[in-house]
Structures are given as C-alpha cells and as structure tokens.
Design a protein around this ligand. Structure first.
Ligand code: NAD
Length: 487
C-alpha cells in the first residue's frame, strides 16, 4: 500500500450541530465513514432521520423569527462573515489535511479549495454591504420601492466533491442575506462540514442560525426537502437526485436552485495554441481526481491536429503522478469511496470496448489497495458511446475527432448535459460564434476553469436550474417585496 498519512486528533464520531450544540441522532443511528486510501472505517457519523431534521428546522425557525440574525445591519453580518473567512484562512492547512484524508483529493488542490471557501465568505460579505435596491417614482402619483427580505430557513444539500468549498458557496450567501440554515452534507465526506460549527460559533453566529444534520440522502436529505417550514432548497449533486428533489419539493412550491451533473466538451480547433490546449484539457479532467462537475471530460479535436494531439496528450497523461493524497507531489489521489471507485472502473472497462485505450485503463502500478484509478484516455469515441454520453466523474476522458465547425457544435451539444464548454481556437470570430451556440451555462475561450465570483454559475439542460453567483445568489436567498404608496 502507498504511504499513508493519518491526521492527528481525528474524531471517531461525527455529530449533528443543532441550536448551538453537538448532538447525536435521536434514534442513536450512525453510519460508517471510510478513508479512501485504506477503505477502513475511521469514524461513525450520526445518521439523521426525520426527527433530527425536525429539531434542526425548529431551531433554525426560532432563530429566524426571534433571533437577531435576520434583523442585523448588513455591515454587522458582514463583519461576522469576514471573521469566518479569517478563521478559514488561519486554519487552511488543517482544513486541507482533513479534507484530503476524507475525500482523497490531492493535498495541494484541497488547500486551494479551503482558500476559495474563505474567499466565498469575503465575497458575499462585500456584496451584501454594497447591495442596492430599486425605487421608482411616478411624479405626483406614486412611489414604489423594493423591500428585500431574507426568506427563512434555507435547506442546503451538498455533494462529496470539494465538500467544504461547495458548502461555503451556499452557506455564505444564505447567511449573508439573513436567512438561517440547515446543512445536510454528503454522507461520503462529513468530516470537514463539522468544522463549520466551531468556526461559526467563534465568529459570533448566534445559536440556531447554522444547523448541521448528517445522514443519508434518502433519509435526512429527503426529510429536509419535505419539511413544510423550509421554503428554499439549494441542491448540488447528480441530475438524477435533482429530479427526485424537484418532484418531492413540488407539493410545497419551494424555491429551488439546482447545480447538477455535467459532461462538458473541450473543443480544440486546428488553429489552437496546442501547448496551452493540452495543458488545460489535462487539468480540466484530471484535476480534483476528475471528480469535478465542470470537468472537460469529452475532448473534441479537429482532424488535422487529431493524431498529434492524441500522441502528446496520452504521453502527458501517462506521466501524471498518482499516489497518496497527502503527498504534495501527487496530482491524482484516491477516489472518494469504494462504491464510486467501482462505478468509475466499470466505465473504464466499458471504454475498452467503446474506444481505443491510449493511457491508463485500470489501477496504477504499485497501488494495489485504495480507490486509485490511473488517468485514462480513450480515443476515437463515437458520440453514441456511453462513455461519451454519461457522467463518469473520475479521471477518464473520451476524445473524438471532428471535421467542421458544424460537426463540432453538433457533437458538443449532443448530450443531455449543458454545464460548461471550453473552446480552443485563435480565430476570434469562430470562438464567439461557437460560444453563442453551444448549449452550456458557462463557456471558457482559450482559458481554464477560473472565474470571477460575480459571474453566473450554473448549467442548462440536465445540468441545472437557475444560476448562483454574485447578485444571483442574493436574489435566490431573498424575497423582493414591492411596496407602493400613493403620493
Ligand atoms: P448525489 O446526488 O448522490 O448527492 C448529493 C447530495 O444529495 C448528498 O448530500 C446526498 O446525501 C443528497 N441526496 C441524495 N438523495 C437525496 C434525496 N432523495 N433527497 C434529498 N437529498 C438527497 O451527488 P454526489 O454523488 O454527492 O455528487 C456528485 C454529483 O454532483 C455529480 O453529478 C456532479 O456533477 C454534481 N456536482 C455538480 C456541481 C454543479 O455546480 N453543477 C458541483 C459539484 C458537483
């Protein structure tokens, strides 16, 4: 087995946090939490059921109705949010260590995610203070203005990929706008979420404003979605789960924000800067272990440079360092959980029938245990192949040639998803034309997956509903009441 780092002072129980206190499940139920390198149970987490969600929602509701949080001035809440950001930054190394241990993400990348979590809090602290709302006068007749209000208890349901950062992407705007929250983190990776409790308490978040219930999606998550006193659900996860939540929330007419799966294309035209395109498309699918919603997991390459691209890409993929997630040299760590490992491996086997294997194709040599998958590259993948159509969410890429702009667009759009698209060409007009026509919520032209937090984040088609990011997040977590008075 690879050398394996185990953090000091690792908890062996992970509890809920309700109304300012760490508590077990009412029923006493727990579930096992595995470390993805040994696949041994290192902790037992409280398995929340309906009664735990009921307690958490009651606490959040009380804090919303009676507590100071929704009534504080934006500047006061912003100060608390900035203290949260400071605390996250101060302990970024410890956060990254725990996140890496729980998720199998390479430590250098987990550190970046911790810093990004801090930035999310700072960003929404700034935004809420700068918030402006409209007023309209009809001279001599009427004054109309927008009275923006927090909505109530927000239910936040998050996935296991970059868990701490993705939680911050919901917690920061929900809290900044004065709501109270119940967070249900992913059951594969509950470790880092429990750190929020102490961070929030130390920063001055009143009891009941932040509540955390661990547990399975079908139990704790389901109860949160169906709770009548939770008017908002912000969900990030698989498209299939999104459909279930959509249906379960329908009878309550809840506000829903859905950040779902992806199968994003990276399109490389023959006139592209091939060095930059190869660097970026490697990063696009192999960073974060390929467990990235915006992964460019289908690469479409124009025929004149197809062979050169394949040769250079596969050579680079073979040299990606796979190993212990805590080793700073590691570029691809261990996949999150043995169930997910099995799923990814089944696609690797399928790919051997559906494409031409150029790199990887199974476990990396020397890593006989743990959820390690060698960066895997398939070429000549037909558009009806399952590895072209389905989200694998691991270090596996499908490469397909094309002969014209029209064919590239058809291939790019020929899946049910529409989260991101990456275009590589030096022809400015072609780049913009492609961006206008590609069915994707987010497009990167000759660039990587980096964005300003003010931009809309979200997908189209099966990749999501609604956009978060910047003022869109503020809009989701607030009501804009229109007040009219006759002058
Ligand atoms: P998942 O859908 O299995 O689980 C996500 C969360 O939903 C977990 O907390 C889970 O417990 C909960 N859940 C499951 N069933 C539920 C139910 N019936 N009711 C309520 N909650 C339920 O997703 P995952 O495997 O944890 O995450 C990977 C997926 O997330 C991928 O598809 C990925 O593309 C997607 N993702 C999307 C974005 C984005 O912004 N678009 C970001 C990250 C991940």
């Amino acid at each position: 087995m690879a050398q394996h780092h185990i953090p000091e002072n690792l908890p062996d129980t992970i509890r809920h946090f309700i109304d300012g206190r760490f508590v077990d499940s009412v029923s006493g139920a727990t579930f096992d939490v595995l470390d993805p390198v040994s696949n041994e149970t290192y902790a037992r987490a409280a398995a929340g059921q309906k009664e735990d969600i009921d307690l958490a929602v009651a606490a959040a509701r009380r804090a919303f109705r009676e507590g100071p949080w929704p009534r504080m001035k934006p500047r006061e809440r912003a100060r608390v949010l900035n203290r949260i950001a400071d605390a996250v930054e101060e302990q970024d190394a410890r956060l990254a260590e725990l996140e890496t241990f729980d998720t199998g993400l390479p430590i250098t990348q987990a550190l970046g995610q911790a810093q990004r979590a801090a930035e999310n809090f700072r960003f929404f602290a700034d935004l809420i203070v700068a918030q402006a709302d409209d007023a309209y006068t009809v001279p001599g007749s009427q004054l109309n203005y927008v009275n923006r209000k927090p909505i109530g208890v927000a239910g936040l349901i998050t996935p296991w990929n970059t868990p701490f950062m993705l939680e911050s992407w919901k917690l920061a705007p929900a809290l900044a706008t004065g709501n109270t929250v119940v967070l249900k983190p992913a059951e594969f990776t509950p470790l880092s979420a429990s750190l929020w409790a102490e961070i929030f308490r130390a920063a001055g978040v009143p009891d009941g404003v932040f509540n955390l219930v661990n547990g399975l999606g079908e139990e704790a998550g389901d109860a949160l979605v169906k709770h009548p006193d939770v008017p908002l659900i912000s969900f990030t996860g698989e498209s299939r789960t999104g459909q279930i939540i959509f249906a379960n929330a329908a009878p309550f007419l809840k506000g829903l924000s859905m950040e779902l799966g992806g199968k994003s294309p990276a399109v490389v035209f023959a006139d592209a800067d091939l060095d930059a395109a190869i660097d970026s498309t490697l990063f696009g699918v192999f960073s974060l272990n390929g467990e990235r919603c915006t992964a460019g997991s289908r690469i479409l390459v124009e025929r004149p440079v197809y062979d050169e691209f394949l040769e250079r890409y596969a050579e680079r993929a073979k040299h990606i360092v796979v190993g212990d997630p805590h080793d700073p040299k590691t570029e691809v760590g261990a996949l999150v959980h043995p169930e997910h490992f099995e799923k990814v491996m089944s696609y690797v086997e399928l790919g051997k029938q559906e494409g031409r294997l150029l790199a990887g194709g199974g476990r990396p040599e020397g890593l006989e245990h743990g959820n390690y998958v060698a960066p895997t590259v398939f070429a000549d993948v037909a558009p009806d192949a399952r590895i072209f159509q389905e989200e694998i969410f691991g270090p596996v890429v499908a490469i397909t040639p094309f002969d014209s702009d029209e064919e590239a667009l058809e291939l790019a759009n020929g899946v049910r998803y529409g989260l991101a698209a990456y275009i590589w060409t030096t022809d400015l007009e072609r780049a913009h034309t492609f961006a206008q026509n590609v069915e994707a919520g987010m497009v990167w032209l000759n660039s990587h997956n980096v964005r300003d937090l003010r931009t809309p984040f979200g997908g189209v088609k099966a990749s999501g509903l609604g956009h978060e990011g910047g003022y869109r997040s503020i809009d989701f977590y607030t009501d804009q009441q229109a007040v009219h008075i006759t002058l």
